[in-house]
Design a protein around this ligand. Structure first.
Ligand code: SF4
Length: 388
């Protein structure tokens, strides 16, 4: 597509298109203008231009299993419907053996990744976490362990009295492969103080990720949108990610792999009175993430949060990744789902969704290396398991 010749219903997209064509970074004002524009198809064409320049028609997914080892949490974030206090109905903590067993069954079923996050449990000792990682590593040497948000890492630093760097080294030595990038919420102190008080602010979140990158540990980055933030604060979040990524790319051995904008689900949270984002907000936010952050390779439509249908549409609005099979996800569940946390997409369904959108499904590992399997046995041929 020749962006210079593309016409837009909204003339304000013209100057933005020219910047994108000449690979100039978009400004805060550009991002706000994109959110203000009603030319949804124009925004989609721009985001699709960047998406196809980076990835063509390839659309990535992986075979993964989410494990939420505990919902007991010392904090009580207003937007969170997941946490429980110890002893409260529904509170749980999985013994290490249970986590290892789930990981083992996932690996036997063909998963290449476990994605492990939980609440900030006040009584679990640091050994619990290292035992969990080393146990999975021992039982499933080829499984990539993506685990712990920045706030969990800071919690581990507090309970172990170790620096963030030493915590990450200890976790890496026990088997940690990468960080999933949750807990970023919105990188803005006003929003933070209104709804995320008690959680770490942006500077500490970036400190954890920068330290991980300095140790060669790749990470992802989320954004929780559609609650009390303004569109300017959303755009500011993207710009901060772009700037930190530029630093990591220039100076550090690892960086951010993927941005995952998460659509806020108000049900069962203290912010349940808010309406939550609409489908148009979801599509625009995903597309504008693609446009504002061209230096992070992948933008994920996380089907659990945006819904399967909209995630499929988002493949034309800048997204090149659909996450994976997931299986169980306790953090959020939409009303009408029968209250279950069993949220699974089968491999054939993911591939069908991608093909139906005119894209090419590509199974990847956590670090976005393309996976090849023996069609007869389903066993991994590449990348070699030793690299996982
Ligand atoms: S968002 Fe995380 S830190 Fe906050 S209450 Fe929920 S589980 Fe705890």
């Amino acid at each position: 597509m020749d962006l210079k010749r593309t016409s837009f219903v909204d003339p304000s997209l013209r100057s933005i298109a020219d910047k994108i064509a000449s690979e100039q970074a978009l400004s805060l004002d550009d991002g706000v203008a994109l959110f203000a524009s009603r030319d949804l198809h124009g925004i989609g064409r721009l985001a699709n231009f960047v998406r196809e320049k980076l990835h063509g028609d390839k659309t990535y997914f992986n075979r993964n299993r989410h494990i939420n080892y505990t919902n007991v949490c010392a904090l009580s974030c207003k937007f969170c419907s997941f946490y429980r206090k110890r002893g409260e109905a529904g509170a749980y903590e999985m013994p290490v053996e249970q986590v290892i067993d789930i990981a083992k069954r996932a690996a036997q079923g063909g998963a290449t990744e476990v994605h492990i996050v939980g609440g900030l449990h006040p009584w679990l000792k640091f050994d619990y976490y290292t035992d969990m990682l080393s146990g999975i590593r021992r039982e499933c040497p080829d499984l990539h362990i993506k685990a712990f948000t920045a706030i969990e890492i800071i919690h581990l630093s507090r309970i172990s009295h170790m620096s963030i760097r030493d915590v990450l080294i200890a976790l890496r030595d026990a088997g940690l492969g990468s960080l999933p990038g949750g807990g970023a919420e919105i990188f803005d102190d006003r929003v933070h103080d209104e709804v995320f008080k008690g959680k770490v602010r942006a500077d500490r979140w970036f400190e954890v990720h920068r330290t991980a990158h300095s140790l060669g540990i790749y990470t992802n980055a989320t954004m929780l949108y559609g609650h009390v933030e303004t569109v300017a604060e959303r755009v500011g979040h993207f710009i901060k990610l772009r700037e930190h990524q530029a630093e990591s790319l220039a100076n550090l051995p690892a960086c951010f792999n993927c941005v995952i904008p998460l659509s806020f689900i108000p049900e069962q949270s203290e912010l349940g009175y808010l309406p939550g984002p609409t489908g148009l907000t979801d599509l625009k936010t995903l597309a504008i993430a693609r446009l504002m952050i061209p230096n992070i390779a992948h933008i994920k439509a996380f089907w659990i949060m945006q819904g399967v249908g909209l995630s499929q549409v988002a493949l034309d609005w800048g997204c090149d990744d659909l996450d994976g099979t997931v299986v169980w996800y306790d953090i959020t569940k939409r009303e009408g789902g029968g209250g279950t946390t069993h949220q699974e997409l089968h491999l054939a369904d993911i591939q069908r969704l991608i093909r139906e959108a005119g894209r090419v499904p590509v199974e990847r590992d956590t670090l976005y290396r393309e996976i090849r399997r023996d069609p007869g046995t389903d066993r991994l041929i590449a990348p070699a398991p030793a690299l996982v």
